[in-house]
Design a binder for this molecule. Structure first.
Ligand code: HEM
Length: 403
């Protein structure tokens, strides 16, 4: 089937994701509210140059993400969906997607992740100690927000953390709007090569980690190839640190902007208050601004819009999570409200595999920071903070802080 989207006739369309105002950098671009109000869907130009329909209403997003007629299969639609040398399950449809995802779910259940909480506490305290001992001002992203999820996912997978600069740098290239397809392919190839040699090493010397378990429990039985095991490791490494890191960085900034809510998190000894606060921050910030693209496998109607087979559809999570049809006063951050049903981790069969881990990391990292450094403040003006308008996961490139 030919793809009807092309890169030449869409120069007039708004670029998606749009750029946020520097005055309200925690709010989605203003035009999203208009798109949500307008009939049908908005035609937009994606960072890769393709045309897509942007879905902005809460109910429409849920409908898209639970509709099997919309495909995430990058092998089938290689010109629109980012693909990798070995197929990766986030870019597959069921049943292939389910076969590979099922092999990983046991490592990300609430129970398994809760068992990691003490270790996550230790990691958090260690990076806090290091940041404090280096002195202020400090870049919170470099010293705290990025290293925590990076070390945690490395421990879980069995990836040597000493290699963190290598995998952080390549993950960032894969996430960057301005990286060329060639640069993205090279970064993804380098990461995959790294994981494949790690897999070969672990076949000889297995450890107590997820990749070793995949090898002994799946590869040895012929249920998974070595390449698929390496690709699963690569996906988790890639997905497991950039996203959470940006929630820690941007979440901290949101709390500094809302000191009464920060105080409530700092002063409570009720874990349920912290857990609820994390859900609200996930909703309010909806950092996954450019992660979800699907292709219609047949003609269909979404939100009153006729969409032809082969056309791309992108899901606008920041807009959907600020829809008044979902909750009242969505532009306020209110850590005590009920945000059940928010879409920050997506919805349907591809809903985030690592969400329980991300939650625990945030539930530990945000209060620990506020408690150890009650005087935490921005070391620059808000206007000087560099926001990640150009990255798939929104956030801050740097967050200079003092205490
Ligand atoms: C706050 C942090 C995070 C956010 C906001 C987030 C967001 C998302 C979103 C929106 C999706 C859906 C993509 C789609 O439908 O195409 C997703 C999928 C995924 N996430 Fe996360 N994520 C986070 C943390 C993590 C972590 C820590 C891991 C791994 C340890 C992870 C692993 C994955 C994987 C493997 C998928 C693909 C699932 C599938 O296709 O079945 N994520 N994430």
């Amino acid at each position: 089937m030919s793809i009807t989207t092309d890169t030449n006739d869409n120069a007039d369309l708004p670029v998606f994701p749009g750029v946020r105002s520097q005055r309200c950098p925690l709010d989605p671009p203003a035009e999203y509210a208009d798109w949500r109000q307008a009939e049908g869907l908005r035609h937009v130009r994606l960072w890769n140059g393709h045309t897509a329909w942007a879905v902005t209403r809460y109910e429409d997003v849920r409908a898209v993400l639970s509709d099997p007629r919309l495909s995430a299969d990058a092998q089938r639609y290689p010109s629109v969906l980012p693909h990798t040398q070995v197929p990766a399950f986030p870019r597959m449809d069921d049943p292939d997607h389910a076969r590979l995802r099922r092999m990983l779910t046991a490592d990300f259940t609430v129970k398994r992740v809760e068992a990691m909480r003490p270790e996550i506490h230790e990691v958090v305290e260690r990076f806090l100690d290091e940041m404090i001992s280096k002195g202020q001002p400090a870049d919170l992203v470099r010293e705290y927000a990025l290293p925590i999820p990076s070390l945690v996912i490395s421990l879980l997978l069995g990836v040597p953390y000493d290699d963190h600069e290598f995998f952080q740098q390549h993950s960032a290239t894969m996430n960057h709007a301005n990286a060329s397809p060639q640069e993205k392919a090279e970064a993804s190839g380098a990461l995959f090569g790294y994981l494949l040699s790690l897999v070969k090493r672990k076949e000889r010397e297995p450890g107590d980690d997820l990749i070793s378990r995949l090898l002994t429990e799946r590869v040895a039985k012929g249920e998974l190839s070595r390449e698929e095991a390496a690709m699963n490791g690569m996906i988790l490494l890639f997905a497991g640190h950039e996203t959470t890191a940006n929630m820690i960085g941007l979440g901290t900034l949101a709390l500094l902007q809302n000191p009464d809510q920060a105080a409530r998190i700092r002063d409570t000894d009720d874990p349920a208050v912290v857990a609820n606060a994390v859900e609200e921050l996930l909703r309010y910030l909806s950092i996954a601004q450019d992660m979800i693209v699907r292709v219609a496998t047949e003609d269909l109607t979404i939100g009153g819009q006729f969409v032809r087979a082969g056309e791309a559809v992108t899901v606008n999570l920041p807009a959907a999570n600020r829809d008044t049809a979902f909750l009242d006063q969505p532009d306020n951050v209110d850590i005590d409200r009920n945000t059940r049903g928010h879409l920050a981790f997506g919805y349907g069969i591809h809903q985030c595999l690592g969400q329980n881990l991300a939650r625990v990391e945030l539930q530990v990292a945000l209060p620990a920071l506020l408690r150890r450094l009650p005087g935490l403040r921005l070391a620059v003006s808000l206007e000087e903070v560099k926001f990640r308008h150009d990255m798939s996961a929104y956030g801050v490139h740097e967050l200079p802080v003092a205490w």
